[in-house]
Design a binder for this molecule. Structure first.
Ligand code: SF4
Length: 509
């Protein structure tokens, strides 16, 4: 009997569970492995070209690695996923297909139909890219009940025994060090450059193919990411050697001089299987136990990986398919054109969007407190915002973007993912970045010609949604401040906000 193992492009795991099972049951000699480079998937949105290079080059390196150790591997460019599979099947003639559950909803829909559509028995194994596959802290959530990240994270810490004392308490006596981890970057500190990888012949070939695509964001030039397990691991070591120590205190800081600051930039690798979460957090914890890294940074990194990453994946499956069309505020404004060329006088948006278009990466606070904050305040349609993020960011896949963008960033799910809308005026951006110093707008002015658009839109949003916001206990202080603004000033703010939208996101005199 011959069999096939179908591996998706974001499942490039060193220990792939479907491959291990198939090999144990059938034997290596009778196995064919197939990976499909789906053109339909690559063209669904105008994707960041560096993201496509990462994905396709990593797939080709993965295929080559498997061939080297004796597997028969097909890596097929095809019109779409299904036709690629059919092509492989008509050639190899397998009598059984093995695969691991897809991380995304549409992928699973296709997998569920496969046996019927192909007429071949299938064996589906659970997804092992997420720790919640082995331990789910909330296996049966109640409809309508809100579950918070903090409790989820604590259960994960206890279960995986990370930063715990033998008595079951958090090491250091605290579960998190958020309050100490909100520092702006002091003047004169330049974070170390992250490790960069020179493209090899395979990557250069992919870069050429992607450069020839008729649509896409950014350019393939300057591609310097890891495309193998080995190099992705080097990127991790580079992070824990050079940036982990300062990651915690400055994780929310933003700087025009550095895009990554002390962040790990490992999500592009984690999200396609080149790195696996448990080994990262265990090695990071070991640095603390060896006295080589401070607790506040180690805890912050571990929380990102076993807390937030796992929580959004859990939220995604809890809320799909409804999450995709969520629009709590009924926001209908189209995405502004400047999202595609960064041509705006709003300096913080200009800098962050330019980075996203050029490199496909900005860290989480720029995504949340600059881009998503603006889109929420401006009433931009959530599905268009989500598509923009998904197209532009190198680590963006549906399971992570929908809960992050619609849930956390835009509060479009009405508060299932986040307990309050993340809105802020220029105050926050001015405190946490150096962006305002070079901006034509005044970060302390609420309305009038020089007023920062974040201020104008922030107060306009509070006025517009005052009744709804009053119902959220965590929004108390924001709504309370609104009480200090009289009817005349409210009118001025609303009028100027409307003009700002009508003037294509500019404040005219
Ligand atoms: Fe952004 Fe306002 Fe600061 Fe300008 S002043 S950079 S628009 S927050």
């Amino acid at each position: 009997m011959k069999a096939t193992v179908w591996i998706l492009g974001d499942q490039l795991l060193k220990q792939h569970p479907a491959l291990s099972l198939a090999e144990a049951e059938i034997g290596r000699d009778r196995l064919g492995i197939v990976l499909v480079e789906s053109q339909a998937r690559a063209r669904r949105l105008p994707y960041q070209r560096k993201k496509l290079v990462l994905l396709f080059s990593a797939m080709r390196h993965f295929a080559a690695q498997l061939r080297e150790i004796g597997y028969r591997v097909d890596i097929l460019p095809a019109k779409d996923m299904f036709s690629g599979l059919q092509q492989h099947i008509s050639d190899w003639q397998p009598e059984q297909i093995y695969y691991m559950a897809a991380s995304e909803y549409n992928g699973r829909q296709l997998q569920n139909q496969l046996e019927t559509r192909l007429g071949i028995p299938v064996k589906l194994v659970p997804n092992t890219q997420f720790l919640t596959g082995g331990f789910n802290p909330i296996p049966q959530p109640q409809a309508g009940k809100r579950y918070v990240l903090e409790n989820f994270y604590r259960s994960m810490r206890v279960h995986f025994n990370l930063l715990m004392t033998p008595d079951g308490d958090p090491i250091g006596g605290q579960w998190n060090y958020d309050a100490q981890n909100r520092r702006p970057l002091p003047k004169g500190i330049q974070p170390p450059e992250r490790i960069r990888f020179k493209p090899d012949a395979v990557t250069l070939q992919v870069m050429k193919e992607v450069a020839d695509l008729d649509s896409g964001v950014g350019t393939v030039q300057g591609f310097d990411l890891a495309v193998t397990h080995q190099d992705a691991w080097l990127a991790f070591i580079d992070f824990i050697d050079h940036r982990l120590g300062d990651f915690g205190p400055y994780e929310d800081a933003m700087s025009s001089h550095s895009d990554a600051l002390f962040h790990s930039v490992l999500s592009p690798y984690l999200n396609i299987g080149l790195l696996e979460p448990l080994s990262l957090v265990q090695h990071t914890e070991a640095r603390f136990r060896d006295g080589q890294a401070p607790l506040q940074s180690v805890e912050a990194f571990i929380r990102q990986v076993i807390g937030w990453r796992e929580f959004v994946y859990w939220q995604y499956w809890r809320q799909m398919p409804g999450l995709k069309s969520a629009n709590f505020w009924n926001s209908q404004r189209p995405l502004p054109d400047f999202f595609w060329d960064a041509n705006t006088e709003v300096n913080c948006l200009h800098l962050v969007i330019k980075r996203a278009l050029n490199s496909g990466y900005t860290h989480h606070i720029e995504r949340l407190m600059v881009v998503s904050n603006f889109c929420l305040l401006a009433g931009i349609n959530p599905q268009q915002v989500n598509d923009w993020f998904t197209a532009c960011y190198i680590d963006a896949y549906e399971w992570v973007m929908l809960p992050n963008v619609l849930g956390m960033g835009l509060f479009a799910d009405g508060g299932i993912t986040a307990t309050k809308p993340y809105i802020a005026s220029a105050n926050y951006i001015n405190r946490m970045s150096d962006y305002c110093a070079a901006c034509k707008y005044a970060p302390k002015v609420r309305h009038g010609q020089d007023a920062c658009p974040f201020n104008l839109l922030y107060w306009n949003f509070l006025i517009q949604h005052e009744t709804l916001l009053r119902k959220n206990p965590r929004m108390g202080p924001n709504v309370l401040n609104l009480g200090r603004i009289g009817a005349e000033e409210r009118g001025l703010i609303q009028k100027q906000a409307e003009k700002f939208f009508a003037d294509n996101y500019r404040t005219a005199a």
